[in-house]
Write a protein that binds this ligand. Structure first.
Ligand code: ZN
Length: 501
């Protein structure tokens, strides 16, 4: 018997002993407080054992500016364990909110998503990410005694692709009667600029994450990941998910990555590899725009189809990978700016992968923001730096109405303030969604593995759940999960950071 087995055996004895006492005491109301005490003792014993696990060596967590920073390092299983352990309460909470949304939107039960994860996604996940996901489950269970298993975790990791890409594809194939009208999401406003466009001629990259406030308020993790294999990564992310998923990250070989989602995208390949796996793998292993493209194309399943905005600080080159399923296009330049706000532009991608999208409707959210990016970036050509990028992410100019009015058409989105909603994404009037946080970096910062990040609306505005729900009872189903989303300050994070004293 080695040390860890002996420790595990000891824990089992403690738990069995505790369960026996609890069982002996159950049914006797007078000893309810004794039962509570026993449950607490068992939980404390479990937590102590988990905290002493050798896999936690080198991992850490602290909170700053409304963000939770976690440092993960080592082999895939250990990194997963650290992730599950350090973020256990946030993973339980995030899973509850996300899974409720997936079931509500699709009218499918959770077993449906577990099955899709187990049968369709799991077999094609690279071994190292299978180990990491398994590790998350182990860390989570060790910390909280969670009931979640690896099928739950895989379905949860695929929360951007299963409900909005796989289910619509499946409904169409099954000719499902009365199927809900599901639309692929439109997430984010972003740009990457280089050469004569930026203040110092180097790359500047910025992104704000658009999603519903229910999930968005929980999108507050900064992951500093030092894997055994591949490059070191610094990215924002969601608790329990192994990819950034709103996608803003940099790696130690100088790759800079962000994206915005393609509106009205249609298509899914059940034989492909999950997008969250490809996106994580590409940030971990790509050192150039071409390598990034190659990894994203390998096993492309069409899930969470994005316009990837990329930068390589080593060469100063930027790129845009418009990744459809049937078609894709890559643009690259060393002197230019590439912006995104949820529209595809390659004629072939538009025709075969987003046939319903209307690029000429100036009043739609994607096109109005596209016009605003054009205007704002041109006005500031040669002056763009990280400080200016932060301001741009909080911009409230509505290019369709030609006035300041925070709504669904502004770079900093506030759809809860719009009577129009966003019909292209099936976001109804006053939908509680929009820009939920922002990030920015440049070549110099990337070399030093630093990013700026602001939690909440990048303009600094607050969303308050209670008055919103009182005014909009049609969103009452979200009440258990919808919380205030208060803006924090722009905060710098770097790899290897430790909490301030
Ligand atoms: Zn705003």
């Amino acid at each position: 018997m080695n040390d860890s087995m002996r420790r595990a055996a000891a824990i089992v004895l403690v738990i069995l002993g505790g369960a026996g006492l609890w069982w002996a005491g159950s049914g006797a109301p007078a000893s309810a407080s004794a039962n509570d005490a026993m449950v607490a003792t068992m939980a404390a014993a479990r937590e102590r054992a988990a905290a002493n696990d050798a896999r936690l060596k080198g991992a850490s967590r602290f909170e700053e500016g409304g963000w939770i920073y976690v440092h993960l390092e080592g082999d895939p299983g250990a990194m997963g364990y650290q992730h599950g352990y350090l973020l256990a309460p946030e993973i339980e909470d995030g899973f509850a909110a996300v899974s409720a949304g997936m079931m509500h939107a699709t009218e499918r039960d959770w077993e449906f998503f577990r099955k899709a994860a187990h049968e369709m996604l799991w077999p094609k996940i690279d071994a190292e990410y299978q180990q990491e996901l398994q590790g998350i489950v182990e860390g989570l269970r060790a910390r909280t005694g969670s009931k979640l298993d690896v099928d739950d975790l895989v379905a949860f990791n695929a929360f951007e692709e299963l409900p909005d890409y796989y289910v619509p594809w499946l409904n169409k194939r099954q000719k499902a009667a009365n199927a809900p009208n599901l639309k692929s999401p439109g997430n984010c406003s972003a740009f990457v600029a280089t050469g004569s466009w930026t203040k110092d001629g180097q790359i500047v990259m910025a992104h704000n994450n658009w999603t519903n406030y229910r999930n968005g308020e929980r999108w507050r993790i900064v992951f500093d990941i030092a894997p055994k294999n591949g490059y070191r990564m610094l990215m924002d992310g969601f608790p329990g998910v192994i990819a950034s998923d709103d996608d803003f990250g940099i790696n130690s070989d100088g790759l800079m990555v962000t994206e915005t989602t393609i509106t009205q995208f249609e298509g899914w390949d059940p034989n492909g590899k999950a997008e969250f796996v490809r996106a994580r793998k590409a940030l971990q292993y790509a050192g150039s725009i071409d390598e990034y493209t190659k990894i994203m194309l390998d096993g492309n399943n069409g899930g969470y189809a994005n316009d990837w905005l990329l930068g390589d600080r080593k060469s100063g080159e930027i790129g845009q990978l418009e990744l459809g399923l049937k078609a894709y296009k890559l643009w690259k330049t060393k002197d230019g700016v590439l912006a995104g706000s949820n529209w595809a532009r390659d004629p072939k991608v538009l025709k075969v992968d987003a046939p319903e999208f209307d690029p000429s409707n100036k009043e739609s959210s994607p096109n109005a923001r596209r016009a605003r990016w054009d205007e704002l970036l041109k006005e500031n050509k040669g002056k763009i730096d990280v400080a200016l990028a932060e301001k741009m992410l909080g911009d409230h100019a509505d290019s369709a109405e030609k006035k300041e009015d925070a709504n669904e058409r502004t770079l900093c989105g506030h759809v809860d303030g719009s009577s129009r909603g966003v019909k292209e994404w099936e976001w109804q009037p006053y939908y509680p969604g929009g820009a939920v946080q922002g990030k920015a970096t440049d070549s110099t910062m990337t070399k030093e593995m630093r990013i700026m990040a602001r939690m909440g609306h990048p303009c600094g505005g607050d969303f308050l759940a209670k008055p919103f729900l009182a005014a909009h009872p049609e969103y009452a189903w979200q009440e258990p999960y919808l919380r205030d989303m208060k803006a924090g300050p722009w905060t710098e994070f770097r790899s290897g950071q430790t909490p301030k004293e």
